[in-house]
Write a protein that binds this ligand. Structure first.
Ligand code: MRU
Length: 352
């Protein structure tokens, strides 16, 4: 699959100076349409609507967002204060995935050096994301195949952590792709991922395009599928991983992890190092995005609850480190449940 969730189109935009081009994921899999974004507030809207989504792709959106803000400032004659406020609006568009703020912070210090320096750094960041994903997928596949003695694996995943959620290759789905390339995948159970169906709409889209055997199941089937012995491992992406291995990811991930522990099968998190937040010793202070209750109370624009009933819509949960067998990153595989956490992996690989 060669499609890109987000990239810089060098000739787009009003004066053909370039603009962000993103695949509108709200329309997939029914329609493949792109948005050209050259205004900061349009980028913020695209991020909030989940037209662009997934932690690593949000990192790229953050970095490219700084270029968008600089171009808009030049066009509109903004002063420095207005420019920095626009950059902050991008940085805070969604709170849980650390990558968004990280992407902004990586390139922001280069603003003084000029627009080309910022753009170059943002494009490098996107490239590095893809190679990190490929590396963490190889390490994850090695780790899993050392521990699971089956010719082909039955894998459960939740939400979408594939090409569409990154700048290329994918994290959790990158692991699946790596296993598939080694001819070691029997079947993927993709949780549909209520309420916005990233699993049903996006993960199934990617798996179908790649020709990887898969089924989509309701989120509420996951625990039963695992305890019935139909699954060998679960692998998910992450939005933020604290130093001890506590992991924020799409709501419903925690239930998958609990079921994996009960069934004694590996629960793995796959994420680039940009998703690790060592400033948080554990996950207790991770901000969980709460989205509009209407996403829960309606389906395809039709209200499915009685008049007066409100929705409750936390978009993420935090899986405690004690349930996380492995976190595969490009720097190596941490094993939080066994006490080898991200802090230790950081120390062991500093300067490597
Ligand atoms: O709300 P979303 O679709 O942005 O949530 C995405 C997830 O939870 C992903 O699993 C996570 O960002 C990792 S993507 C490689």
């Amino acid at each position: 699959m060669t499609i890109r969730a987000i990239e810089w189109d060098h000739t787009a935009g009003r004066d053909r100076a370039g603009a962000v081009r993103l695949l509108d994921q709200t329309l997939l899999p029914l329609r493949t349409e792109f948005r050209t974004v050259e205004r900061t507030d349009d980028l913020v809207t695209a991020i909030r609507e989940l037209a662009v989504r997934g932690a690593p792709a949000l990192g790229v959106a953050g970095a490219l967002g700084v270029v968008v803000a600089m171009d808009e400032a030049a066009r509109e004659g903004w002063d420095e204060q207005a420019l920095q406020a626009a950059v902050d609006r991008v940085r805070h568009a969604r709170p849980t995935a650390v990558n968004l703020a990280w992407g902004v912070d990586e390139v922001r210090p280069l603003m003084a050096a000029g627009r080309e320096a910022v753009l170059e750094a943002a494009l490098r960041l996107a490239q590095e994301d893809e190679s990190a994903n490929r590396q963490l997928s190889r390490l994850a596949a090695d780790w899993l195949l050392e521990r699971i003695d089956r010719p082909r694996l039955r894998v459960l995943t939740h939400c979408n952590a594939g090409i569409l959620a990154t700048s290329g290759w994918g994290t959790a789905l990158g692991v699946v792709r790596e296993l598939h390339a080694r001819d070691r995948v029997e079947l993927v159970y993709a949780d549909e991922t209520r309420p916005l169906f990233q699993g049903a709409r996006l993960t199934a889209y990617e798996l179908a395009k790649e020709g990887i055997p898969h089924v989509v199941q309701t989120d509420s089937a996951a625990a039963s599928t695992i305890l019935r012995g139909l699954v060998d491992l679960a692998v998910v992406g992450a939005d933020r991983i604290a130093a001890n291995g506590d992991t924020a990811n799409k709501i419903g991930t925690l239930g998958v992890a609990l079921a994996c522990r009960d069934a004694s099968i590996p629960f793995m998190v796959a994420a680039p190092w940009s998703t690790v937040d060592l400033s948080m010793s554990d996950g207790s202070t991770i901000e969980i995005e709460e989205r509009d209750g209407d996403e829960v109370t309606s389906w395809a624009g039709i209200r499915v609850v009685p008049e007066g009933t409100q929705g409750f819509n936390p978009a993420f949960d935090v899986t405690p480190a004690r349930l996380v067998d492995a976190v595969s990153t490009e720097r190596g595989v941490a094993e939080p449940r066994s006490g080898r956490d991200l802090e230790m992996l950081a120390r062991a690989t500093d300067g490597v």
